[in-house]
Structures are given as structure tokens and as C-alpha cells.
Design a protein around this ligand. Sequence first.
Ligand SMILES: NC(=O)c1ccc[n+]([C@@H]2O[C@H](COP(=O)([O-])OP(=O)(O)OC[C@H]3O[C@@H](n4cnc5c(N)ncnc54)[C@H](OP(=O)(O)O)[C@@H]3O)[C@@H](O)[C@H]2O)c1
Length: 325
Amino acid sequence: MYSLSYYVLPSIIILIIIRKYRETKWGKCKNKVRLDGKIAIVTGANSGLGLEIAKELAARNAQVILACRNLEKANTACEYIRGTSKNSKVMLIPMELDLASLYSIKNFADKIKEHYQEINILINNAGVAFPNTKRVETKDGFEVHFGVNHLGTFYLTNLLLEPLSASSGNNARVVVVASSLHEKGVVNVNDLNSLRVTKKTNLYANSKLMNIYFAQELSRRIKSKKINVYACCPGWVYTALFRHSIKWYHYFLIAPVAFFFMRSPKQGVQTPVYCATEPELETETGLLYRDCKRYNSKVIFYDNIATKLWEESESMINKIIKKEL
Ligand SMILES: NC(=O)c1ccc[n+]([C@@H]2O[C@H](COP(=O)([O-])OP(=O)(O)OC[C@H]3O[C@@H](n4cnc5c(N)ncnc54)[C@H](OP(=O)(O)O)[C@@H]3O)[C@@H](O)[C@H]2O)c1
């Protein structure tokens, strides 16, 4: 009894205060911008950050297209948002999109262009993280981190530039959900498909670095169009992202660190939602954000790498599309 009141309880209170203090540093999207009449696409919207982003945008009255590789999961996500939303008129459209297949991406974009004249927000959120021990490939034979996290995002965004540039009112916004782990990444433009990996290769981090290079290059290439591009890091968030690498005992090992550093999905989506809605960002494009403010990466970015990554990505896609047609 004595030790409980003198040591345990005060320690728990101190830990909770530290956690709460850390939470104040994570940034909050404070604007109340309404998205009435706006159409938003969120990739990977059936779980984790994507689900929470879709919910936030729907709460602001956007019509949200949940672009998911499994339609059943997309429907379940729609039901979940409808069941938990304060907005009784949420507009949600589940659609199939597999970023591991260039043909699925093309089909999805064709359907979007057939049904919508304009798209106002595209959140490139879907992503994968596998252990580097075994090569996993997309349906088109690309290393999965490169194929899904970069190439799929690259192809989808390019196919949607037409409806994005038709956005009425404010500029359309493309948000690329990257990660601070990009700082551990390398873009080897001579081996984008990672045929040669070493123990040091971090395929996930490499793909997240590509996300930022892509956002930078896209913003340069579409300067004349009414589209802004934002790359962002949501922070370290409790989701299923690392489910392929995490073993049960890792939960015990990382629990103390997670208690201080890990955000809930609701806390994690603050920066992506900020990038998608904040009026003050209307004049900014091609930059990186974290904690609802600009983030200065430790990486030195080279324009020639961004250009080469773009050209190589284009050429790889063209080869597949031509081959299969
Ligand atoms: N969690 C973090 O700490 C963290 C930190 C920094 C950045 N991020 C980034 O945040 C984004 C969202 O991740 P998360 O943490 O929310 O993880 P998550 O819960 O695993 O969500 C990833 C989403 O992407 C979807 N996806 C995977 N492969 C796909 C494909 N081929 N086609 C279409 N959708 C696909 C998943 O669908 P299924 O459910 O069908 O697999 C899922 O909906 C990722 O880009 C990740 O890199 C996360």
C-alpha cells in the first residue's frame, strides 16, 4: 500500500504528463475548412491512416472515394465511417484500386475520368512495408516497395492530372504520405527496381525518399496547372503497417518507447489533413511537412535525381503497358 501511493502512482502520473506534453508537440490541424462540393480520393482508405483521413474529409462534407485493393474492406470502411461520423450525410464511394497492378491503376483512373469532371483532393496514402529478407514483387514484377509506394503512386497521380487540373475554385491538392524514414533512404537511379540489395538496403525508406523526390518533381512539372503538391510525414503511428515484420514479443519490447512516441491514427492524420485543407498552404507547393508545419529534411535533394527518377518511372510503365496491350 505504502509503495503504491509513494512510488507507483506518482510514477504513472509523471509518465502520463510526459506523454501529454509530447502530444502537444505533434501539431493539430486547427482549421475548420469545409469541403462542401469537393471530391477527394484517398488511397488505402480501408485501414490505419487512410481510414482516418477519409473520415476527417467526409466530416468536412467532401465526397470521399475510398480507393482500396479489396472492395469488401472498402465497404466495411464506409460502414465504419457512417457508423461513427457526426455528419449523417457523409458521402462515401468505395472503389477498387490495386497499386501493385498498373492495369488496375489504369482501370481505376479511367472510371474516375468517366464519372467525374474534376477531382479536388488526391491523398496518396496507400503503402506497404515488408521485411527486406525476402524479395516481394508486384503483379508487374517490380520490387513491392518501389512498385506500390512509388511507381503506383506516380502512375495514378499522372493519370489523374486532367481531372485534378479541372478543379474549380482553389487549386487542387495532391498529398503524398511519405515518412521521416526517407532520411535513411537512398535512390539508386541505376537500380530502381532493387535487383541488387545488401544488408544495409532499406527498401521501405528508399521508397519514402522517392515519394518526396516525386512530390518535388511533380510540383515543378505542373507549375502551370492549378494543382499544389505536398509531401508529409504523419509521425510514428499505431497502424498495421509493419504487420509483416513485427513478432508478438516486439510489442513488449517497443511498448515503453511506443508509449512516448507513438501516435494514434487520429493524431497521425493531422498533418495529411492540414496539407489537404489549410488555406495558408495555398501558395506553397513541392514542400515537406510534419507536425502541421514545414519540415526541414536532413537529406540534400538533387534535382537531377528527381528528374531521372521521373524519366525512368515513366519508361518502366510504358514498357509494361505497351507489352500487355
Ligand atoms: N504508421 C506509421 O508509423 C507511418 C509512418 C510514416 C508514414 N506512414 C505511411 O502512411 C501510409 C499509410 O500507412 P498506415 O500506417 O496507415 O498502414 P496500414 O494500416 O497498413 O495502411 C496501408 C494501406 O495501404 C493499402 N495498400 C497496401 N498495398 C496496396 C495496394 N497494392 N493497392 C492499394 N492499397 C494498398 C492497405 O490495404 P490492405 O489493408 O488491403 O493491405 C492499407 O489500406 C503509408 O504510405 C506509410 O508509408 C506510416
